[in-house]
Write a protein that binds this ligand. Structure first.
Ligand code: PLP
Length: 416
């Protein structure tokens, strides 16, 4: 049950932000057309949904799925595998596949996402990191929440083999990058050093706009199948898409040098991966509509939100500055209560592998940890931002967000 105040705000928001919601429906339609056109061009057929086992040489479903991803993303080649355990694994596979001792990696979007810090090994050392293999690293801090375009030329040296560009905000309050931003950044990098590899961490960015980074100057990108492109149906996995030679290098790291992308059983997952990719434009739009609703509601309640309800979107994440640990925990409890799975549980902060601070997560998802499903999380550190993402249906997102607001309201009027 939600208070009268919250129910009234809900109705007002659905009317007031109608143009924003309609815009998302239009993007979803355009991206659905893009996927349908690619499915026709690739001649996807139900023979591609068959089960394969063992080495799975000539797994036609796996090959077709990779052709489809490449087509939709405007890339020469793709690897789409359930053998990737997560987005971090796919991203790390690109780094280890392409970088060699003495090469330098430069992050152009400041400190990378928490789990990438152990992979790189400079901020958060870990055995087996790139640092241990003699890969050099530098980063360009963001300036006023944006990529510092004027100083890109100063951080790219003859040793800089690759730049990493993180599209989504991760656990920070900066704005995500738009496709136009990515086009400008990659153009500047290639102007300074034409053979520098522009690598985009595309997690949470797929289908948010009608073009992807590989259609805007990126040489290679990677992401997670339990985020946008899996459409909520992919049981696990990750993808890499980009220039043929670069994807090939990554494939030798995924399997083994010499084997590359020619092995890897898709088992019985293919139908789910095709069907999820078909649904992905719609599901991504549902999730963003939920994010806009959350921004609108918490903005009306007096909280700082990023993005604002009317801002353009570059990822599916909504950050809300809650201001106290108590509210962060209450918020996550409210989301959990309106989840389809484990709705009886109360989330607690824990030391999650790969993350520096304690994290609290609310996720009652069908696929464990799937953040395209409605979920919320945040590190237990000031100013106690909660990051909200996903939602297979807009209706569910609305109910969960009202639940979170109600849980905070129930803490008492000492709040705010
Ligand atoms: C989710 C995410 C990753 C990868 O995280 P996994 O949990 O390993 O899938 C990397 N970068 C960003 C920006 C992300 O949002």
């Amino acid at each position: 049950m939600f208070s009268e105040k919250l129910n009234k705000l809900k109705s007002e928001i659905l009317t007031k932000y109608r143009p924003q919601f309609d815009r998302l429906d239009a993007i979803s339609e355009a991206n659905t057309l893009k996927v349908l056109d690619a499915m026709r061009a690739c001649k996807v057929s139900d023979a591609h949904f068959n089960t394969t086992t063992g080495y799975a040489y000539d797994d036609i479903g796996r090959g077709k799925l990779e052709e489809l991803y490449a087509n939709v993303f405007g890339a020469e080649r793709a690897l789409v595998r359930t053998q990737f355990v997560s987005g971090t694994h796919a991203l790390a596979t690109v780094l280890y596949g392409i970088l060699r001792p003495g090469d330098e990696l430069v992050s152009l979007t400041g400190k990378p996402y928490d789990t990438m810090q152990t992979v790189i090994g400079y901020d958060n050392p870990c055995p087996g990191s790139l640092k241990e293999f003699g890969v050099l690293y530098n980063e360009l801090s963001m300036k006023d929440g944006r990529v510092d375009m004027e100083h890109i030329k100063d951080v790219i040296t003859p040793k800089t083999k690759m730049v990493e560009i993180q599209r989504s905000r991760g656990y920070s309050m900066r704005a995500p990058l738009s496709i136009d931003d990515i086009r400008a950044i990659t153009a500047e990098v290639h102007r300074v050093k034409p053979d520098c590899v522009c690598f985009v961490d595309n997690c949470y960015g797929e289908f948010v706009e009608t073009l992807e980074p590989t259609q805007a100057g990126a040489d290679i990108m990677a992401g997670s199948l339990i985020k946008n492109p899996g459409g909520g149906l992919a049981p696990t996995g990750g993808y890499i898409a980009g220039k043929s030679d670069l994807v090939e290098l990554a494939s030798y790291r995924l399997t083994a040098p010499g084997m590359g992308d020619e092995l890897g059983a898709s088992l019985s997952n293919n139908r789910l991966l095709f069907q999820g990719f078909f649904l992905a434009p719609h599901v991504t739009a549902q999730a963003i509509k939920g994010a806009i609703f959350a921004a609108a509601l918490f903005d009306a309640l007096g909280y700082k939100t990023l993005p604002l309800p009317t801002d353009a979107r570059g990822d599916i994440i909504q950050a809300i500055e809650l201001g106290s640990a108590e509210k962060l925990i209450a918020f996550c409890g409210g989301i959990q209560k309106y989840s389809p799975v484990d709705s009886f549980a109360a989330p607690e902060p824990w030391d999650m592998p790969g993350y520096a601070d304690k994290i609290i997560m609310a996720a009652g998802t069908f696929v464990q940890g799937a953040s395209i499903e409605f979920s919320a999380d945040g590190p237990l550190r000031a100013p106690y931002n909660v990051y909200l993402q996903g939602g297979l249906t807009f209706e569910h997102a609305i109910l969960g967000i009202l639940g979170a607001a109600q849980a905070i309201e129930d803490l008492g009027e000492k709040n705010k």
